[in-house]
Design a protein around this ligand. Structure first.
Ligand SMILES: [Fe+2]
Length: 198
């Protein structure tokens, strides 16, 4: 079995789940269980998709569904790195693989965006969901000052090409398309080793 088999099995299982046309609560529940299984082990993410950048967090596309129903991304956070406050506009699942991160939710009240509750702490194996239905705006940062943290995210679209927004501290919102940090994808589909060693 190749090192990438857990990721391949995850994307196959996720596509099969979406083939049943589930509503969003079922995607978040059953897809969240699939993601929890994927991040329960930390032995499959290739180093090329786990490397931090000294200045900014990295978002490496690991897989995009052929009809863009979902995408899988590794987020790599150097010490102290953070996102701006941002939205997603589609459902998303965040699974913690390595290190730890804080996610602070924001909600608009009386025309002003304010932090909602305490930030949630994500430890390896934890899974969290976002969506316009359940709360879509947050800011995420590496909870570790001295090491890299990595989370695996799944979104209900090709997230790097979705028009969304950041929310600057002074108010209002800015259009934002995230793109990806990589130009090449991991090869999930070379299954020849299984044929050589049945
Ligand atoms: Fe996010």
């Amino acid at each position: 079995m190749s090192a990438l088999a857990p990721l391949r099995e995850f994307v196959v299982d996720f596509a099969r789940l979406l083939d049943t046309h589930p509503d969003e609560p079922r995607i978040l529940e059953e897809g969240g269980a699939l993601l929890r299984r994927l991040v329960a082990r930390d032995d499959w993410l290739p180093d090329a998709y786990a490397r931090p950048h000294p200045e900014r967090y990295q978002q490496f596309l690991l897989h995009a569904d052929s009809t863009e129903r979902f995408s899988v991304v590794s987020f790599v956070w150097g010490p102290g790195q953070a996102t701006p406050v941002h939205d997603h506009t589609v459902w998303g699942l965040i699974g913690m693989l390595r290190g730890a991160e804080y996610s602070q939710a924001y909600r608009e009240r009386h025309g002003e965006l304010r932090p909602e509750g305490e930030p949630s702490w994500l430890a390896p194996g934890d899974v969290q969901a976002v969506s316009p239905r359940i709360g879509d705006v947050h800011r995420v940062h590496n909870a570790c000052d001295d090491r890299v943290s990595i989370s695996i995210h799944v979104y209900g679209a090709n997230i790097g090409a979705v028009r969304r927004h950041t929310y600057p501290a002074g108010g209002g919102r800015k259009p934002f398309v995230s793109g990806y940090s990589n130009t090449q994808l991991p090869n999930l589909w070379d299954r020849s080793a299984e044929l050589h060693h049945p």
